[in-house]
Write a protein that binds this ligand. Structure first.
Ligand SMILES: C[S@@+](CC[C@H](N)C(=O)[O-])C[C@H]1O[C@@H](n2cnc3c(N)ncnc32)[C@H](O)[C@@H]1O
Length: 365
């Protein structure tokens, strides 16, 4: 399809598909009291039908305009403006589009997804309910559940004092929902995030530290862990390093250096646990058209290759999916005989230079 045809395709999309979608939204809006608490009733089903038709139209247009990223982004922006009178009624849609913390997946959004309840009323509430049952709306809680299982089994398998690092911790919901520390163990968790509001929220919502479970909150730019010497100097090494919900936003170069850095932060017998979304297991259309939520697209092989490029042996890497099958939870165990010493020394200067300066702020709970 030639570039010259694109304006017609786009105009036709707005004149026909978007017009039908917005007319349907307006009609539904008239049928729903703005204070009504949403339920999955016949109007919700009507909304799902509309969204299905819209998704098909967006995918069709995307295929037709091909690889022109600029045209695509401009069209998505225009589309988001066209649907805004209805979509801004939804707390979740509005939050994911306006990004008050600078990105869609902030601690408030994650907490709302974990709560699994609509925040808005009226049509906005129905859109919240829809968001919660999308593929990623279901995968995010399942990812957290899988992480709880992983932590529980690691704590049970280890002895004595266990040092844990959570990179890009957000609301730290896995600990708020309960992780068991078996008798005889003492777990110290260092939570790292760059968003101070997120850390303050987590600190407020988690229980007080006690003899067996201690929490420490550190404001730090995770990208600086590509060269981890400073962090290790301040906080030591860890038995368990995990990061869930960050890696889908990082490019390959950043990730390879981060995986190397995290490896250097592990004690002997330590384990790294990292979650990725499988691009083949969810449809990105709703996240990119209805709101502005983009992830780097990777499949299992792509992720395994990142670990290998970071110096992990293929045999060290295990992967288990969450209940939805969308999330790939990779774990890589430190095997001392194969360990590569001082991996942070191997970070290319250019990668380290690209990392933004940030302050380290330790906030003991
Ligand atoms: C999608 S949330 C995941 C939160 C949490 N791990 C969870 O699964 O519920 C991503 C988190 O990464 C944090 N973040 C983004 N970039 C960061 C960076 N460079 N350094 C530290 N944290 C970062 C955000 O503030 C946000 O809390």
């Amino acid at each position: 399809m030639s570039i010259a045809f694109q304006p017609d395709l786009v105009e036709n999309f707005f004149a026909v598909d978007v017009a039908a979608f917005t007319a349907g939204l307006a009609k539904l809006d008239e049928q729903i009291d703005s204070h009504e608490v949403p339920t999955r009733d016949s109007r919700y089903l009507a909304l799902l039908d509309l969204l299905d038709q819209n998704r098909a139209a967006c995918r069709r247009l995307e295929a037709e305009i091909g690889g022109s990223e600029v045209t695509l982004r401009e069209t998505q922006r225009r589309f988001q403006e066209a649907i805004s009178p209805w979509f801004q009624q939804s707390w979740m849609m509005n939050h994911a589009l306006t990004k008050p913390q600078g990105y869609a997946g902030d601690y408030q959004m994650l907490t709302t997804i974990y709560e699994r309840e609509a925040k808005s009323t009226g049509l906005g509430g129905l859109l919240d309910l829809f968001f919660l049952q999308t593929e990623l709306g279901r995968a995010v809680p399942a990812r957290k559940d899988a992480l709880q299982d992983f932590l529980n089994s690691e704590f049970a398998a280890r002895e004595g004092e266990i040092a844990v690092l959570d990179v890009a911790c957000g609301p730290c919901r896995e600990f708020a929902d309960g992780v068991a520390v078996p008798p005889g163990r003492s777990v110290q968790v260092t939570f790292v995030d760059y968003d101070e509001d997120s850390l303050a929220y987590a600190q407020e919502s988690l229980p007080e530290s006690n003899d067996t479970l201690g929490f420490h909150f550190v404001r730090y730019n995770a990208l600086r862990m590509q060269a981890p010497a400073r962090f290790i100097g301040e906080h030591g090494k860890f038995d368990i390093v995990y990061s869930v919900g960050l890696c889908d936003y990082l490019n390959d170069r950043q990730l390879i250096a981060m995986l190397r850095g995290w490896r250097g932060m592990l004690r002997d017998d330590g384990v790294l646990y990292v979650a990725f979304k499988d691009m083949n297991c969810y449809d990105k259309t709703d996240y990119q058209w209805l709101v502005d939520w983009f992830f780097l697209e990777r499949d299992e092989e792509d992720c395994r290759q990142l670990f290998v490029d970071a110096g992990y042996a293929p045999g060290e890497i295990a992967m288990q999916r969450d209940e939805t099958g969308i999330i790939m939870n990779f774990s890589a165990r430190q095997t001392p005989a194969r360990r590569i010493d001082a991996p942070h020394d191997a970070v290319p200067r250019s990668a380290a230079d690209s990392v933004q300066e940030s302050q380290t702020q330790r906030l003991p709970k």
